[in-house]
Design a protein. Sequence first.
Length: 206
Amino acid sequence: MTVTKGSWRLRGAFIAAAASVVGVGLCAVPAQAHTPTWTVSCSEVSLDLTAYNAGVTNTVTVSVDGKELLPAQNFGSSFSKTLPLGEHTKPLTVHLVVKAGDGEQFSKDDTRTAPVCASSPSTPASQPPTQAPSSAAPAPSSKPSSAPSSPAAAAPAPSPSATAPSDLAETGSSSSTPLIAGAAAVVIVAGGGIMFAARKRRSNQS
């Protein structure tokens, strides 16, 4: 069979076209396979890195305002993690670095901002000071219900018989002393009269 020069050219063009298609496909598949998905909210950072080359070493790092939130960590075909952010009163700068082991073109260097959560006030609300309990003793009532209305009512006046001693207690005599003294005087007087009469009678007889 005789092959003409034109047929060789046609075959060469077909092979070249096929090689181009295969080459483009090989280049396009890895670019579409690496999927570095990540989100940043006011409270957390979510990482979802998929379809990476498991035959090489891939590395991911996350920092917040220059401080490491996730130190450099190696992974294979995928990496998923949720990183909580601390409470903050101003926006934070979150920096993601993904280094693909099969080519720098598959690496990712991205920066996003974490806003302030609505539930985190910028300044703490002032609270009224707590009133300390009073240490002073309560003032006594001006008119106690149990107090007497007057000094006289509080202490009754003693009776004269209870406070003043009787005359008999002072002298030591009883109420019959005057009668006894009068009787003695009568006896003495009578005796004196009898003696006087007897003497006079004696003098007359002599």
